[in-house]
Design a protein around this ligand. Sequence first.
Ligand code: FAD
Length: 292
Amino acid sequence: MKIGKLLKKGIFSVSFEFFPPKTPEGEDQLFRTVEELRELNPSFVSVTYGAGGSTRDRTRRVVEKIHRETNLTVMAHLTCIAHSKEEIEQILRGYRKIGIENILALRGDIPKDVSDFNFKGCSYAKELVELIKNKFGDYFSVGVASYPEGHPESPNMEWEIKFFKEKVYAGADFSITQMFFENDFYYRFLERCRKAQINIPIIPGIMPITNFKQIKKFALMCGATIPQRLVEKLEAVESKPEEVEKIGVEFAIKQCEDLLTNGVPGFHFYTLNKSKATLKIYKAIKNLIPTR
Ligand code: FAD
């Protein structure tokens, strides 16, 4: 099923993001999680890709395994900075061959320790979207990333919207946002997008907080603001993982409830390959979710 088509029909989308594990134990854990979350009948699941190309084979293997062994729709993430255009085409041909129809087209983070990074094929996600459209027509439904608080490299929100619009107009069907914890950032971002005639569905990315130290690091890297009131609550229980998770889950439930009352097109959960927090959040909000 093409994700763009599903969203066009107005069907509420629930999706889960996984990363390709490095070890057999990690893979067992991932597939237990896939089984547990499968019960929620997700619209699709997605598998991340290492920006440097390091997960090329692992991402492909996990995508293929989920696709073959479950009835789930899988979206493969693909970053372009470390690959030549020929390599990208080869990867995409491989996905087409096994029936994968959805790609999240990304640039990837530029390595911080390399001063004059050499882009092999595409310099921005927009060029990857163009490549997919030029070489594969409408075979793939293409998603792109969006940043309600602005991408860390964007000097301001005008810049953010300008280049977001370019990659959307290059042929993206939908977008998934970076994690955010203040819904107002998302609402303001949507307003800016609508004013700029960006009309594709923009699915909020929801990160359940289960580990405060880890989330602080992620938030810093991607420029997401953790509200001070939440920081204080989490700091008070930092050494008690179960308490942290409880607060994180309660926060995400409230966040999703508010998003639902404002008519979002779906939710994309960053699962970190674990099911517990996501299951709890989903169960708490499922009666508010429009019929799927
Ligand atoms: P782009 O859209 O290319 O934008 C990057 C920056 O360049 C922005 O500041 C933009 O404003 C600016 N820009 C764009 N075009 C131009 C131009 N022509 N001139 C000047 N500036 C321009 N990373 C991974 O490595 N693997 C993953 O699997 C992965 N999955 C992700 C999933 C989601 C939902 C999100 C939100 C992010 C994900 N990322 C992933 C992170 C992403 O790769 C990084 O945020 C990366 O730095 C930017 O990627 P992009 O596709 O948004 O880039």
